[in-house]
Design a protein around this ligand. Sequence first.
Ligand code: ADP
Length: 218
Amino acid sequence: MGRRQYAVIGLGRFGTSVAHRLYTADQEVLGIDINEERVENAELSITHAVIADTTEEETLKSIGIRNFDCVIVAIGNDMQSSILTTLLLKELGVKKVIAKALNKNHGQVLTKVGADWVIYPERDMGERVANQLLSPNMLNYIELSKEYNIEEIILPMSMKGKSLRELDLRAKYNISVIAIVSNGEIIIAPSPDQDISEKDMLLVVGNKEDLALFANIE
Ligand code: ADP
């Protein structure tokens, strides 16, 4: 991926984490916060950091915010500032604005004022933790729709050492194996004769309920 310019507004735990990860992926990251101490703490772990109040239009203009490929609004508890900042960013023509919402109402307002993507970190992480608890063999998942997921699942002990043909997961559990992760390598569209060894993980697609059954086998 090429080098892109990101701005992260609000250098709390969430904003700092987003900013730092982008920076370690060799992206250009400007951190902005109204609080001097937060800016000083972030300075070493991102490209640049500035002290500014992003609810002021002139300030945003002088930063040249329009030129950034993507701006992340990670302002925490101050909903008014988060909404006003998002509104100004879209008015100034920022192409992609991602905004963090504290709750559903806040999220709806952020969408109304033009946020391109609204995220709910606490809600989503809470769901993720609960899903992991409900499916102990599941390591990771991508939600495709309300009903379907792609999941990375550790093969249950009782199924080890068998081929995909013998396991017959499509008939028995109504799920399809799209890849096998073996020793860090990914085997895409594995053949039915592929043996699955002890430490392998399966990438499977299916209905959430069917997947949950499979991810609970001992
Ligand atoms: P987290 O839950 O991610 O730790 P915080 O609420 O601690 O979130 O962090 C939000 C950050 O947003 C704070 O550092 C705060 O100073 C900053 N912030 C709040 N309002 C503004 C604003 N108008 N302009 C710039 N930064 C702001």
